[in-house]
Ligand binder design. Structure first.
Ligand SMILES: [Zn+2]
Length: 174
């Protein structure tokens, strides 16, 4: 896919491209690393229009700061290091759909397409199924918060892997 095609928010944004999957697999690796470090299994990657990974991170909420989501770190990194045009042409890959806080940060800094493995609705359903305490923030879809952001997901071929990581984090056998 050409950089110019990726930069255009259009109806194809919701379709996966062959280059999307490796980035999503990296998000799952990062989520696994978070879990190994005693944190919640979420991982995200920022990729520029030339398919270069510019920044990646995983959750750091075990520190006690529940705002330390990788998508929020990506928005701040992008604001500090990328021009507005570079941000608009960049793609954020993530293991779980942005929460409203991160979707808002993504929208405010003008980042481009988002591709996620599991939707917020799926994550919320898994947590309910496993008897987790309800999250203090609503599980809104990204476009309910940032309507102009092109979004793709959930990616069904990878959701079982990320569900298994969340189950492990909760001590659930699935
Ligand atoms: Zn978030």
């Amino acid at each position: 896919m050409s950089p110019s095609a990726q930069a255009q928010p259009n109806s194809d944004a919701s379709k996966l491209t062959p280059t999307d999957l490796p980035h999503l697999r990296r998000c799952i690796e990062l989520a696994e690393a978070a879990l190994a470090a005693g944190d919640e299994p979420f991982g995200s990657v920022l990729v520029d229009a030339r398919e270069k990974v510019r920044f990646e991170d995983h959750n750091h909420v075990a520190s006690g700061d529940a705002t330390r989501h990788p998508e929020f770190e990506i928005a701040r990194w992008a604001a500090a290091h990328l021009s507005p045009a570079e941000r608009a042409a960049a793609t954020v890959y993530t293991s779980g759909e942005h929460c409203p806080m991160c979707a808002a940060a993504h929208g405010w800094v003008g980042l481009g397409r988002i591709v996620y493995v599991a939707s917020a609705a799926q994550l919320a359903a898994w947590m309910t199924e496993w008897g987790a305490i309800p999250a203090p923030v609503a599980a809104l879809p990204i476009q309910a918060v940032a309507p102009e952001v092109p979004v793709a997901g959930p990616v069904h071929e990878l959701t079982a892997e990320i569900r298994a990581l969340h189950a492990r984090h909760r001590g659930i056998t699935i």
